[in-house]
Each structure stands twice: as structure tokens, then as C-alpha cells.
Write a protein that binds this ligand. Structure first.
Ligand SMILES: *Cc1c(COP(=O)(O)O)cnc(C)c1O
Length: 421
């Protein structure tokens, strides 16, 4: 469920007409709904009700300061995957003891920044990284709380580029080696081993892979405890999928996911952390774009719109589907027409949809890409010297620009010319 609905023939973001935002900020732009963000966070928080838990928003999904602040004020922790994200979370007012640091390639500088500024835990992904965290902690005269990310060798049944829990993926340590790796971690004086971490992939549409992974984590918890480790926190990653279309089978609900967590791990008495990203932000955002031209091709019509692959890369990168709707609601019974919906970038990959049925559209009409809140703005680039598009946050009947569109001068002046030119 989200808060982007038609009212009297016009698409609204909560209580604001999308066309009003377009008139104020220009197209293309991203718009997020505060109510949807908060609702999705609350669903996870409620799903783990009765357990000691923290929902750490995986901020790589959408990391604007205003989004982070909205969620942090509701009680969310943050899952960060870089030093930059760590600083962003801190700048949004999140305290270090609610920030979890994930990622396969944390550098000594990033580790130092997090240990200095405060961190809930590092999710360690390899033995070399473990050595560096230990060394930095000793250098700072502190002890780093860690979990080890285990790779359970489970097929997440999702797109290959976002599956992370098979043994051939770069993530975590093989679960079969956990015993040895934990023994080594326990011997390092700069580390305090507090738990286990697992994250098997993104956009999972079934519970079964989670069940397989969490069952393995439960067994490992008992085994490591028997080996003398005080395992008291389980970080279960993110990955629960969202419905990208209105028609197909919906993925499991957070409540069902929470019930699975309690069933597989509840008896262990551990503190539970989860790291949802996509489910919190995905359906909380639209990308709004304008039709530039309608071009008749050989046997097909193209809608050439002012948004492009550099603004929303998911279709080009993951063959992802986004529902696309007209901002002006089509009249009842209007005959649909098939279009290829494309951006202006000079690549055939800059195609959002092929032969998509839409109401008849003309130059100047607004369209909205649904489910664009996660892995949208954060993955944008300025390819083709197209400025990063603005982000807008709606809250009830108010809206605010939360990131401005840069001017062309700002973009061009970022380059510097060497003295010999
Ligand atoms: C990307 C990522 C997540 C979030 O995944 P979603 O599918 O967006 O929920 C959580 N944890 C880790 C370690 C990640 O890399």
C-alpha cells in the first residue's frame, strides 16, 4: 500500500497533486511520501513486537538526509555500507549506537571514523578485514563490537546481480568455516564478538530462502555458544521484496516475515536486528517525468520522456519492471495504446518499457514511474551531462524540495583544468 492515489482524475502524493509539484520544481523529479515511509518502518517494527529488536534501515536504498531523519525520528537504526553513508547517518542525527556497518571492503579509514564516532557493530565479511578492525581498535585504545557475516549457501531466487547468499558470491565467510573464524576473532583483543550476521539478497519474493538461512543461523548460534562464544545478537539482513506490479503475486508481508523470524530464532533469546531497505523506500517514491515527443517508428510508437536511465537505472541494469501511470487519470473506458517508453540518452539500453499499454499520451503530458523510491535516486548519475534530478518529500498537504537540481554551471565547474591547457 502507498499514498499515491488518484483523486478526481489527478494523481496525488498524499494530499498534494503531483502536477503541482511538477509545476514548482520542473521535471523529471523524485517524490517520496512520508506516510508510506513511516508505515513501512512500522510494519517491520510491529512484526518483531515481543522480541528485543532494532530495525536498521538499509540506507543505500534511498539516503537523502530528510528520509533518514524521518525514519530515525520514528526509532529506526541505520545499516550503512560505506564511510560516506556513516557520515550521512550521523549528519541526520542518528547516534552511533544505532548504526550498523556492513560491506565487503571497509577500509582502515572508514573503520577509524566509525570507531571514533561510535558504532553499534561491524558486520565483518572476511578474515583480512577482521585483522584490520582489530588493529584500528587497538590503535584507538578501544574494542570493536563485531558480528561475522556468514554465507549460508542458500539460493535467494532473485536476480543474479542482487543475490548474495550463494557460496560463489563475494559476501561473508562460508558458514562451514564459521567455527574456525569465530575462534580466531575471539583471540583478537581489539574485537568483541557479539553475534552473527546474514544477508542473502534483495527482492526476495518467497520466505523459503529466509527460512533455510535462518535455520542455519539458529544451528550455528547453538554451536558457537557451545564453543564458548557469547552470541547475543543476530543481524538477519534485509531483502524482503516488494510488489512491482499490481497484478502479480505479492511477496510475503513483513508480518509473515516476522513470524518466520520468531519461529526459527525466537527460542535463542537473542536481540534481533533486521536491515530492510527496498521494502521501506521502494513503494514510497515515484519518479515523475514528462513526455517530450511521441515518435512513430516502424510498427511501434515511442514515448520519448525527459527521465532517462541515468535517473532510474533499474530497468537497464536489472531488467526491472516499473508500473508507469499517467498523472492525469485516463477517462473510464479510454482505449489503451502500446508504447515503447524511452529516455533521451544515446543508448538503446535507455528503455524503460517495451510495448507498454498506456492511455494515449501527447507531448507535455506527465507520467509517473511507480515503486521508484528504492535504488532510484541513489543510483543516478550525470551521464550525458544530465543534472541529478531533484528529490521532493511530501508530508500531508506540505511538500519540500529535499535535494535541488544542480545548475549546469555547478556541474561544469566541478571539473578543473590542468595548468598545461
Ligand atoms: C542491500 C542490503 C540490505 C538491504 O536490502 P533490501 O533488499 O533493500 O532490503 C541489507 N543489508 C545488507 C548487508 C545489504 O547489502
Amino acid at each position: 500500500m502507498d499514498h499515491f492515489l488518484y483523486r478526481d482524475g489527478a494523481l496525488f502524493a498524499e494530499d498534494v497533486p503531483v502536477s503541482e509539484i511538477a509545476a514548482a520544481v520542473g521535471t523529471p523529479f523524485y517524490v517520496y511520501s512520508t506516510a508510506t515511509l513511516l508505515r513501512h518502518f512500522q510494519l517491520f517494527d510491529d512484526a518483531l513486537d515481543g522480541t528485543d529488536h532494532l530495525v536498521c534501515y538499509a540506507m543505500k536504498a534511498a539516503s537523502n538526509q530528510a528520509i533518514l531523519k524521518t525514519l530515525a525520528q520514528a526509532g529506526a537504526g541505520m545499516d550503512v555500507v560505506s564511510g560516506g553513508e556513516y557520515l550521512r547517518a550521523k549528519a541526520a542525527g542518528v547516534s552511533g549506537d544505532k548504526i550498523v556497518f556492513s560491506g565487503v571492503g571497509k577500509t582502515a579509514d572508514e573503520i577509524r571514523a566509525a570507531l571514533t564516532g561510535g558504532i553499534r557493530q561491524f558486520n565483518v565479511e572476511s578474515e583480512p578485514e577482521m585483522e584490520v578492525i582489530n588493529a584500528v581498535a587497538l590503535e584507538l585504545g578501544t574494542v570493536a563490537p563485531i558480528t561475522v557475516r556468514v554465507n549460508p549457501d542458500v539460493d535467494a531466487k532473485t536476480h543474479a546481480k542482487i543475490a548474495t547468499g550463494k557460496s560463489e558470491n563475494k559476501f561473508g565467510i562460508p558458514i562451514a568455516r564459521a567455527s574456525e573464524v569465530y575462534a580466531h576473532a575471539a583471540s583478537l583483543p581489539g574485537l568483541e564478538v557479539i553475534g552473527i550476521d546474514v544477508h542473502i539478497g534483495s527482492q526476495l519474493t518467497e520466505l523459503e530462502p529466509f527460512e533455510l538461512a535462518y535455520t542455519k543461523v539458529a544451528e550455528l548460534t547453538e554451536q558457537l555458544r557451545a564453543e564458548g562464544h557469547n552470541i547475543r545478537r543476530l543481524d538477519l539482513g534485509g531483502g524482503l521484496g516488494i510488489p512491482y506490479t499490481r497484478s502479480n503475486d505479492a511477496p510475503p508481508l513483513p508480518m509473515e516475515y516476522g513470524a518466520l523470524i520468531k519461529k526459527t530464532l525466537g527460542h535463542l533469546g537473542c536481540e534481533i536486528e533486521i536491515e530492510p531497505g527496498r521494502l521501506i523506500a521502494g513503494n514510497a517514491g515515484l519518479m515523475v517525468s514528462k513526455v517530450i515527443y511521441v515518435k512513430s517508428g516502424e510498427g511501434r510508437d515511442f514515448l520519448i520522456v525527459d527521465g532517462a536511465m541515468n535517473d532510474l537505472i533499474r530497468p537497464a541494469m536489472y531488467e526491472a519492471h516499473h508500473d508507469i501511470v499517467a498523472v492525469q487519470e485516463p477517462a473510464a473506458g479510454v482505449e489503451q495504446q502500446a508504447y515503447d517508453i524511452v529516455g533521451p540518452v544515446c543508448e538503446s539500453g535507455d528503455t524503460f518499457a517495451k510495448q507498454r499499454n498506456m492511455p494515449p499520451l501527447k507531448s507535455g503530458d506527465l507520467i509517473a514511474f511507480r515503486s521508484a523510491g528504492a535504488y532510484g535516486a541513489v543510483m543516478a548519475s550525470e551521464y550525458n551531462t544530465r543534472p541529478l534530478i531533484p528529490e521532493v518529500l511530501v508530508n500531508g498537504d506540505q511538500f519540500a524540495v529535499i535535494r535541488e537540481r544542480p545548475s549546469f554551471d555547478e556541474i561544469i565547474n566541478r571539473d578543473t583544468i590542468p595548468s598545461w591547457l
